[in-house]
Design a protein around this ligand. Structure first.
Ligand SMILES: NC(=O)C1=CN([C@@H]2O[C@H](COP(=O)(O)OP(=O)(O)OC[C@H]3O[C@@H](n4cnc5c(N)ncnc54)[C@H](O)[C@@H]3O)[C@@H](O)[C@H]2O)C=CC1
Ligand SMILES: O=C(O)C1=NCCCC1
Length: 312
C-alpha cells in the first residue's frame, strides 16, 4: 500500500518528505506537546546475534501515538535470514485502542531513504553530479529511488561486496548504474555518498572522499559498529537525526570522539547552519517519529480511499 502510494507520481517529494521535515523540525524544538520520543530501548537477542528495538513516539498536537517494534541482526556472510523486520502500530491517543498495524518493512526503507534525501537537500554541494551507493540491499534500492527522483545526477555508482549483489541491484532499478569493483573506486570524485551496508567496520575512508562531498551514513546503528573511519568523522561537519540517539547508539560518533554539529531538525528550523561548502556527514540512526508520521500517512490515505465504504 505504502509502496503504491509513493511510487505514483513522485510521491516522495509530494507526500513523505514534507511530513518528515515537519516531524524532524518539531523533534528538534524539544517541546513535549509537539514530540515525545525517547531513544529506542534495545534488548540484546544474544543467542541470535540480534536486537529488539522498541520505538515509541507521541505527537500530542498532531494526535499521533505510535510504536515500532524492530528486530535487526548481525548476520554471518551467506545467511539467507532477513537482516531486519519491523511492525508499526498506530494507537488512538485518547482511548489507547489500536487504529492500525502496518508492516514496517517498506515504511522503514522509505522513511530512512527520505531522511537521507532531506540531509542531501540541505547539505549536498550545489550541482552535484555523481552519487555513490555503498551496499546493494533494501536501503540501497530505497535510496536510489528517492535520490534519483528528487535530484539530477549525471552518474550513479554502486559498490557491493559481491558482484552478484551489485548486478541484482542494477536489475531492480529503473535507470543506468555503474558497478564499481571497490568502494574506493565508487566514491572517488563523488558529490554524494550513501553508506547502506551491514558492515560493523569502516567501509568508507576519509582520504577517499572529495572535499565538500555529502555523506549519508545509514548503517552501523550500534555503539560498537562503524561504517566510517576516524579521519572522515574528524574532517566532516557532522549532522544527526537525534543528538541523544547518536550519543547512545552511533559507533561512528562515539568511537571517533567526534562532536555533533547539529540535528537535521535544527537546520530545518533555521537555528543551525547548513555547511554545504564543507564535507558533511549525516549520521542516521532512525527515529520513531519518522515511522509515526509515515504510518499516519498510510492510514490517512487508506481512510480517504475507503471513506465511502466506512460512511455507508
Ligand atoms: N538509520 C536507519 O534509520 C536505518 C538503518 N538501517 C541499516 O542500514 C543498513 C542496510 O540495511 P538494509 O539495506 O535493510 O540491509 P540489507 O541486508 O538489505 O543489505 C545490506 C547490504 O550490506 C552489505 N554488507 C553486509 N555486510 C557487509 C560488510 N561487512 N561490508 C560491506 N557490505 C556489507 C550486503 O552485501 C548488502 O548489500 C543496515 O546496517 C541496517 O541496520 C536500516 C534501516 C533503518
Ligand atoms: O528502523 C530503524 O530505525 C533502524 N534503525 C537501525 C537499524 C535497523 C533499523
Amino acid at each position: 500500500m505504502f509502496q503504491s502510494l509513493i511510487s505514483a507520481n513522485s510521491p516522495f517529494d509530494k507526500y513523505l518528505i514534507p511530513r518528515l521535515e515537519d516531524a524532524l523540525g518539531k523533534f528538534s524544538k524539544g517541546h513535549s506537546a509537539e514530540v515525545i520520543q525517547p531513544v529506542r530501548t534495545t534488548v540484546h537477542l544474544k543467542k541470535h546475534h540480534g536486537f529488539l528495538g522498541v520505538m515509541p513516539s507521541y505527537m500530542e498536537n498532531d494526535g499521533i501515538l505510535c510504536a515500532k517494534l524492530l528486530c535487526f541482526y548481525k548476520r554471518e556472510d551467506g545467511s539467507t535470514l532477513p537482516g531486519s523486520q519491523a511492525t508499526v502500530v498506530l494507537l488512538d491517543p485518547e482511548y489507547g485502542n489500536v487504529k492500525a498495524v502496518v508492516d514496517g518493512q517498506v515504511i522503514t526503507v522509505m522513511r530512512t531513504a527520505a531522511a537521507s534525501a532531506i540531509s542531501a537537500k540541505l547539505l549536498m554541494p550545489p550541482n552535484a553530479e555523481v552519487l555513490a551507493i555503498l551496499g546493494s540491499g533494501r536501503q540501497a534500492l530505497g535510496h536510489y529511488n528517492v535520490f534519483t527522483e528528487i535530484f539530477s545526477f549525471k552518474e550513479v555508482r554502486v559498490w557491493s561486496r559481491t558482484r552478484d549483489g551489485a548486478e541484482r541491484f542494477c536489475r531492480s532499478v529503473d535507470g543506468p548504474v555503474t558497478i564499481c569493483g571497490s568502494a574506493e573506486e565508487a566514491v572517488k570524485g563523488a558529490d554524494a555518498i550513501v553508506t547502506v551496508t551491514r558492515s560493523v567496520e569502516p567501509v568508507l575512508f576519509g582520504h577517499w572522499v572529495k572535499p565538500g562531498a555529502h555523506v549519508a551514513a545509514v548503517g552501523a546503528c550500534r555503539p560498537d559498529w562503524r561504517e566510517l573511519d576516524d579521519l572522515l568523522m574528524k574532517d566532516a561537519v557532522v549532522y544527526v537525526d537525534s543528538r541523544e540517539a547518536a550519543a547512545a547508539e552511533s559507533g561512528d560518533i562515539i568511537l571517533s570522539g567526534t562532536k555533533v554539529f547539529a540535528e537535521l531538525g535544527e537546520v530545518l528550523n533555521g537555528t543551525k547552519p547548513a555547511h554545504k561548502e564543507k564535507t558533511t556527514v549525516f549520521k542516521s540512526l532512525g527515529l520513531g517519529i519518522e515511522d509515526a508520521v509515515s504510518a499516519q500517512l498510510v492510514f490517512d490515505k487508506w481512510k480517504s480511499s475507503h471513506q465511502t465504504t466506512l460512511d455507508s
